[in-house]
Structure formats: structure tokens, C-alpha cells
Design a protein around this ligand. Structure first.
Ligand SMILES: *Cc1c(COP(=O)(O)O)cnc(C)c1O
Length: 426
């Protein structure tokens, strides 16, 4: 059969039941798995046989769902994590150790920015933040001999800047390191970063993938394309024996297609234990089954609302890359031809105070830290998710004090516009 379309993969990929087995993914609500002999179990511990022994490392329900996400992204291997934060932490820490360096785009999600610039810095990993619009010379100057990866978001949360994936991938590859792309806002429905040269993709599945605000979760997908063995001195963890796993060399044993995810599971999941609960993985899969249908409506609703806002006299500016004239319109045409997701940001005339007053008057859109689910919600990042940043960091993150982030849900667009209108007029 020819390669299936992504809509079919949303429904059918990852789990293929055998004769008489459950049609829906079973929730394997068990911490442990039983074996007949100690020898059988020993082989699992040595990574000589594949199988399950303890849910802190791996669980079949999670693996079915991870396999579906790998299929959606066109990757060779994937793992679920307990949150998007855990996914981004594991991805970087799987490559970089104390004394290493990473180049990251400055407009990334506030939680990731804090993880990198505060917590991972305390682990001895240095980050250089570059503007997504930096010149080639500025990007080049950010690399050091100890750089291990480049990190950016397809659509930045909440700045909504579109990453020029090809440009950042080329720069990363010229320095022998992978490009990691957080594809949370685009989802594989709107963009497959691997097609543009990205090597590893991460997700906060908490957002559109779950889509109903039901479960926090994350995912890491490997393209299997980055050749770690070309740079063994840069990636010793992947290319030399792991003494904590009986001397296994991940690239030798699992090939380029499996090395990265197996190492992250065997070392990081084992030691940090940020596993997603099988219950949440089950809920995530329900979300994935309708992801293609929902993303289309999120995009359609958001485009209508962005157009409405851009002609409203009480609105200072609108950022939505699917709008003609947007700074990222050309990038969106290239990377997001099916739409720019359901999140819009805009400024209310009158600044911070006016933004807060406007948000209070909304009846359908509720104030939440969340984004990207079925119900429309909004947030004032400068007083919530980004409040740990100083003014200079806010500017670098693309978050002005008057910025309102509106996550357009799946309601009727005219009802949402009427709600915005009453809040802007009164
Ligand atoms: C929400 C978010 C995260 C963090 O994910 P959690 O599931 O909340 O831990 C990371 N990256 C992006 C782009 C996000 O929107």
C-alpha cells in the first residue's frame, strides 16, 4: 500500500490490534510486567531483548501513542513524557552535558526559556539566544566549539513568529549539530519540520494534540536522519559505550533510527522518571484521532477573527502569520500552507490597562494560562506566563506589555467575534 495520508494516520497509526484484540488502544494500568525466568528479565535490562518490565521506563499504551505521533511526524522513533517541559529538557540533556553549549531562538515559550536560562544553566549548560530574524553572521557568531544543538519553535508561543526551519537547519548542520524544533503550535497537521531539515521534534501534547485541556503531556520524535557517528567526539553519549547500561553503544546497537530515543529512555527516563501516565496517553490518543479535523477549524476560526481584529479601530496591532502583510506571511506560506493554528496575538489600544479591562469583559473567552484547546481562552502573558522576565527579555521574547494572546477554539466564529466586539465597545 502506498504511504497513507496524515488524516488516516491520525486514526489508524501506532496500534494495530490482532485477531480478537480490543479495537481501541488498551490502557495498560500496570506498574510491572511478569516474567517466567530471571534470565528473560535480565535480557530486558541489558537491552538485549525488547519488552516491558517497569512503567517508569516504558508502558505499552504510551508506546502505541508515541508510535502514532512518530508516524504523523515521519520520524523513526518517539517517546512520550509527562509534560512538554520534560520533553524539551530530555531532548537537550540527551545531547549536552555540563560544559556544553546550545543555540536557542529568543522567542521560545517562557517556560522553556526559564528551563534553559536558569535551571539548565545551573547544570552547567550554556545557552546563547538569537533572534529568529538574526542575520546569517549573527547566527554564525552564536556557535562555539562546544555547541551541541540548535533549538527553536515552528510557531513561537506567544510571539507567533514562524521559524525559518531550513535556514536554522542548514546553520546547525554546517556546525555538525542537530536542529531541534518544538512543533507544539503547528502540530504535524500544519507542518512537518523533518521535511525542512529538522532532526528532532518535540511537543507539548497538552495543547492541540490532546486538544480538550484534559491531560498534561509531552513527546519527543527522532527523524533518524542525523548521523551522530560522523561526530563521535561531539556526541560521546551516543557513540561510545554506556557503562551504566553494560557497555551498550546506542548508535551501534540501535542504529541512527533508534539511538537517540533508546538513550533518552534508558538513561533519562530511568533516572528522572518523567513518564506519562497510561491514562493520559489514552486521552491523548482520543485527541489525536480528531487532530486533523480540529486543526482545520482552529485555523479557519482564527483567520476570521484575525481579519476582524485587524480592521477594528480599538486594536493597535495584530500578529497572525496567515494575514497578508504580516511580517512572517512569506514564511507561513512556505512552512504553514494549511494555516497558522488557532492562536492570535494582538495589542489593545491603551496598553496594559486597556488589555486587562478588555479581557475582564469577555464572556465566551475565559482567562486561562492554557492555549490550544476546544474552548476559546485568552491570556495577558506580561502579567502571567512571562512575568519572570524583565523588560529587555520581554522585548527579545517578542512579548510587549499590551500583548493579549487569544487561543481561538472550536466555537462558532461569529459568536466569538460578537463576544470580542461587545468587550471592545463597552
Ligand atoms: C506549553 C508549551 C510547552 C510546555 O509544555 P507543558 O506540557 O506545559 O509542560 C513547551 N513548548 C511550547 C511551545 C508550549 O506551548
Amino acid at each position: 500500500m502506498k504511504e497513507l495520508n496524515i488524516e488516516t494516520k491520525c486514526i489508524q497509526a501506532g496500534y494495530v490490534p490482532g485477531n480478537g484484540e480490543p479495537r481501541q488502544i488498551p490502557i495498560i494500568q500496570s506498574t510491572t510486567f511478569k516474567y517466567d525466568t530471571s534470565e528473560d528479565m535480565g535480557k530486558l535490562f541489558d537491552l538485549e531483548a525488547s519488552g516491558y518490565f517497569y512503567t517508569r521506563l516504558q508502558n505499552p499504551t504510551n508506546d502505541y501513542v508515541a508510535a502514532k505521533i512518530a508516524a504523523l511526524e515521519g520520524g523513526t522513533a518517539a517517546m512520550l513524557t509527562s509534560s512538554g517541559q520534560a520533553a524539551n529538557f530530555y531532548t537537550i540533556f540527551n545531547l549536552a552535558s555540563c560544559g556544553d553549549h546550545v543555540v536557542a531562538v529568543s522567542t521560545i515559550y517562557g517556560g522553556t526559556f526559564n528551563l534553559f536560562s536558569v535551571t539548565m544553566k545551573r547544570m552547567g549548560i550554556d545557552f546563547t539566544f538569537v533572534s529568529p530574524y538574526c542575520t546569517d553572521e549573527e547566527l554564525e557568531a552564536a556557535f562555539r566549539p562546544n555547541t551541541k544543538a540548535v533549538f527553536g519553535e515552528t510557531i513561537a508561543n506567544p510571539a507567533l513568529v514562524v521559524l525559518d526551519i531550513e535556514r536554522f537547519a542548514n546553520a546547525a548542520h554546517a556546525h555538525g549539530v542537530p536542529l531541534i524544533v518544538d512543533n507544539t503550535f503547528a502540530t504535524p497537521i500544519l507542518c512537518n519540520p523533518f521535511k525542512f531539515g529538522a532532526d528532532i521534534v518535540t511537543h507539548s501534547t497538552t495543547k492541540y494534540m490532546d486538544g480538550h485541556g484534559a491531560g498534561v503531556g509531552g513527546c519527543i520524535v527522532d527523524s533518524g536522519k542525523f548521523d551522530w557517528t560522523k561526530y563521535p567526539e561531539k556526541f560521546p553519549g551516543l557513540c561510545t559505550p554506556d557503562e551504566s547500561y553494560h557497555g551498550v553503544t546506542y548508535t551501534e546497537r540501535f542504529g541512527l533510527e533508534g539511538a537517540f530515543i533508546t538513550k533518552a529512555t534508558a538513561q533519562l527516563m530511568r533516572d528522572f522518571g518523567s513518564i506519562q501516565s497510561p491514562q493520559n496517553a489514552f486521552l491523548l490518543n482520543l485527541g489525536l484521532e480528531s487532530l486533523h479535523v480540529r486543526m482545520e477549524r482552529h485555523c479557519e476560526n482564527a483567520k476570521k477573527i484575525a481579519e476582524y481584529l485587524s480592521t477594528n479601530e480599538n486594536i493597535a496591532w495584530v500578529k497572525y502569520s496567515a494575514l497578508e502583510g504580516d511580517k512572517d506571511y512569506a514564511l507561513a506560506q512556505k512552512y504553514l500552507p494549511k494555516g497558522s493554528c488557532g492562536v492570535i496575538s494582538f495589542g489593545v489600544k491603551g496598553g496594559r490597562k486597556a488589555a486587562e479591562a478588555f479581557m475582564k469583559k469577555l464572556k465566551l473567552a475565559s482567562i486561562e494560562t492554557h492555549v490550544a484547546d476546544a474552548r476559546t481562552c485568552c491570556l495577558h502573558p506580561a502579567s502571567a506566563t512571562h512575568r519572570q522576565m524583565n523588560d529587555a527579555e520581554l522585548v527579545a521574547a517578542g512579548v510587549s506589555a499590551d500583548l493579549v494572546r487569544l487561543s481561538v477554539g472550536l466555537e462558532n466564529a461569529d459568536d466569538l467575534i460578537a463576544d470580542l466586539e461587545q468587550a471592545l465597545l463597552s
